[in-house]
Design a protein around this ligand. Structure first.
Ligand code: UDP
Ligand code: MG
Length: 340
C-alpha cells in the first residue's frame, strides 16, 4: 500500500474503479466533471475524482493520461495488475484525500447525475451511508433473482444489521462512515457488506441503471458464484451454521429411522432388507460431509490469507493533477498542500 495522505474532513472524493473501460472513459469523465463541478461550486467544498486503473489491458491508462482535470482535482492510481473490483475500491478509498467518499462504477451504469441526490441526502438530510438500489429488477432472469435472494437470506442470517438485498456499490459515505470503513482491517473484502455493517444513519436511493455504454459485464456465472462464496465466507459464518444444522437434521432422521427398524424387528419380527437404504444413506451422508468439508476449507483459506496479511493491491503509478482553478480550494486544503 502507499503512503496516502490522511483525509481531511471537508470535501468529497469520487472513487471510480476501472477495468478495461477505455471506450467510454472520456465521456464518463466529462459527465462526472460537469456534475461534480456543479456540486463543488454549490456546496463550496473540495471535490476530487480518483480513477483506479485495475490492471486494464485495453489502453484505459493511456486514456486516463489524456484527461484534463477540469474543475476537480484528479488522481490516477494504476495498480500493478488486475486485482479485482474489491481491491480497486480499497485502493480508491486509501487514496481518497477528502472525508466523504463516493463510489461509482466506470462503465456508465451508475448515472453521474445521481451524485447530486446522494450529496443532498448526506449534507441536507444528514445521512452517513447513502446507497443506491436498482429501481426494478423485473427484467432479470427469475433464476438469478432467486439465487440473489437466497444469497442475501444466508448472508443476513443472524445479522443485526442486514445488508439490503438490492443495494449496489454506487454509494456515498459521510466522513465518519468512510473513517469507519477505513478501520476495517480485513483483506477479503465485501464492500457492500462492510459499509452496511458499520451502521450509522443509512438511506436508500432508487435509480434506473443505464445500460453499459460499451463492452460487456466482467461477471459471468462462475465469477458470480465465486463472488458469492467470497462474500459469504468473508462476511459471515452462516454457512458453518448451515453445516451444524444439517448435521443435526441428519442425526435426527437417523435416530428416527433406527427406532423404526428396532420396532419392526422386535415387534413385527420383520427381516431388515437393508441394501438400498444403506447405499442411499451412505451416499447422502458422504455427500453432505464432503460439502461441509469444502465449506470448512473455504474458511481455512480465508484464515490463511488473512494471516499472510499480504497487501490487497500494489500501486504501479500514482499522479495527482490539481483542479484548473485550484487556487480557490478551501484554506485547509491549501495549508496542507503547502505543508507537504
Ligand atoms: N472492475 C474493476 N476490476 C475488475 C472488474 C471490474 O475495477 O476486475 C470495475 C469495472 O471497470 C466497473 C466496475 O468494476 O467500473 C463494475 O464492473 P462490471 O460493470 O463488470 O460489473 P457489473 O456492473 O456487472 O456488476
Ligand atoms: Mg457494470
Amino acid at each position: 500500500m502507499t503512503s496516502a495522505p490522511r483525509p481531511q474532513a471537508a470535501g468529497l472524493s469520487i472513487v471510480v474503479p476501472l477495468y478495461n473501460e477505455a471506450a467510454g472513459l472520456s465521456d464518463l469523465h466529462r459527465r462526472i466533471t460537469t456534475v461534480a463541478g456543479r456540486i463543488k461550486a454549490e456546496r463550496r467544498m473540495a471535490v476530487e475524482v480518483v480513477y483506479v486503473d485495475d490492471g486494464s489491458r485495453d489502453g484505459t491508462a493511456e486514456v486516463l493520461r489524456t484527461l484534463a482535470a477540469g474543475p476537480l482535482d484528479m488522481q490516477l492510481v494504476t495498480l500493478s495488475r488486475n486485482f479485482g473490483k474489491e481491491a480497486a475500491l480499497l485502493a480508491g478509498l486509501d487514496h481518497a484525500r477528502f472525508g466523504a467518499v463516493l463510489f461509482m462504477d466506470g462503465d456508465g451504469q451508475h448515472p453521474p447525475d445521481l451524485m447530486e441526490t446522494l450529496v443532498s441526502r448526506w449534507l441536507d438530510d444528514g445521512y452517513d451511508v447513502v446507497y443506491t438500489a436498482k429501481a426494478n429488477r423485473e427484467h432479470e432472469p427469475w433464476l438469478r433473482r432467486t439465487a440473489v435472494h437466497w444469497f442475501y437470506a444466508l448472508i443476513n442470517w443472524g445479522q443485526r444489521q442486514p445488508i439490503p438485498e438490492d443495494a449496489g456499490d454506487f454509494r456515498l459515505l459521510s466522513p465518519r462512515a468512510a473513517a469507519a470503513l477505513r478501520q476495517m482491517p480485513e483483506r477479503n473484502r465485501f464492500f457492500k457488506g462492510l459499509s452496511s455493517w458499520i451502521g450509522f444513519r443509512q438511506v436508500r436511493v432508487d435509480y434506473e441503471p443505464a445500460p453499459r455504454t460499451h463492452g460487456t459485464t466482467t461477471w459471468d456465472l462462475w465469477s458470480l458464484i465465486g463472488l458469492s462464496i467470497e462474500g459469504l465466507t468473508s462476511f459471515t459464518v452462516a454457512p458453518l451454521r448451515v453445516a451444524s444444522l444439517l448435521g443435526l437434521l441428519l442425526a435426527a432422521v437417523a435416530l428416527l429411522f433406527g427406532i423404526e427398524i428396532l420396532v419392526e424387528t422386535l415387534i413385527f419380527g420383520k427381516d431388515v432388507p437393508g441394501y438400498p437404504s444403506l447405499v442411499v444413506g451412505m451416499m447422502v451422508i458422504g455427500g453432505v460431509q464432503l460439502m461441509m468439508i469444502g465449506v470448512l476449507g473455504e474458511y481455512i483459506g480465508k484464515l490463511l490469507s488473512e494471516i499472510k496479511a499480504r497487501p490487497v493491491y500494489f500501486v504501479a503509478e500514482h499522479t495527482l493533477t490539481p483542479a484548473e482553478d485550484h487556487v480557490e480550494a478551501t484554506s485547509t486544503t491549501r495549508a496542507e498542500r503547502v505543508a507537504k
